[in-house]
Design a protein around this ligand. Structure first.
Ligand code: GRF
Length: 210
């Protein structure tokens, strides 16, 4: 949360550090509407990191949030471990305490959970997934729910672990699948719920951090 002093001036980074306010990074790849929801909820964001040029980065730049673009390749020889180590180095450089993968489409290598200098991100990376996990894991969750004929799908916010789309669930909410839904329409209905659920879940999670 953004903090202000008695005269209404925004509290500086160093002051926040003194009061042990946690530094939060958001990882994006796409349109960044979840990032917009986090920003609108007045959550203080210390870094937005993207794996490609995307609208999410533009939103961050306009809002004056520090950004990092670690552009990745999509070739078969993509070195996931090295890429993930770079992500960890950037997070570490910005003294990030916890992370929201809000539409970040690169699967991070488990090396992200190893202690890195003074920091360890195990249990401190939160993922959003547009299905009711454990159903429909993976990149095409909305498409897969639709083609399965399910009448209900939803979204899940969970702590990321080294297994894809697994880990303790922090919040989950159902969304109906309606007749004549397309993947885009259904995904937008799910994202409307995610945009409400993510800021409150992140705020509660931040309060549990030491
Ligand atoms: C969300 O549905 C999230 O669950 C999925 O990607 C979408 C992000 O949307 N992993 P946006 O880029 O924030 O608009």
């Amino acid at each position: 949360m953004v903090r202000y002093d008695k005269s209404g001036v925004k509290v500086s980074h160093l002051e926040n550090r003194r009061f042990n306010v946690k530094r939060f990074a958001v990882l994006v790849s796409g349109t960044g509407t979840l990032l917009e929801a986090l920003k609108a909820a007045d959550l203080e964001i210390s870094l937005v990191l993207a794996d490609r040029q995307c609208r999410g980065l533009e939103i961050a730049t306009k809002a004056g949030i520090p950004t990092a673009l670690l552009a990745r390749t999509f070739k078969p020889d993509f070195d996931r471990e090295t890429y993930t180590s770079l992500v960890a180095m950037v997070l570490d450089g910005f003294e990030i305490d916890f992370v929201s993968m809000a539409g970040f489409m690169t699967i991070l290598h488990p090396v992200i959970f190893l202690p890195h200098n003074n920091r360890c991100y195990e249990g401190r990376i939160i993922n959003n997934h547009p299905s009711l996990l454990p159903l429909f894991k993976g990149e095409h969750a909305v498409r897969d729910a639709l083609s399965s004929g399910a009448k209900v799908t939803g979204c899940t916010i969970h702590i990321a672990t080294k297994e894809l789309d697994e880990g303790p669930i922090l919040a989950q909410e159902e969304v109906s699948v309606l007749p004549f839904d397309t993947e885009a329409i259904l995904h937008e209905r799910i994202k409307r719920v995610e945009r409400r659920l993510l800021p409150t879940t992140i705020r509660k999670f931040a309060e549990t951090l030491e």
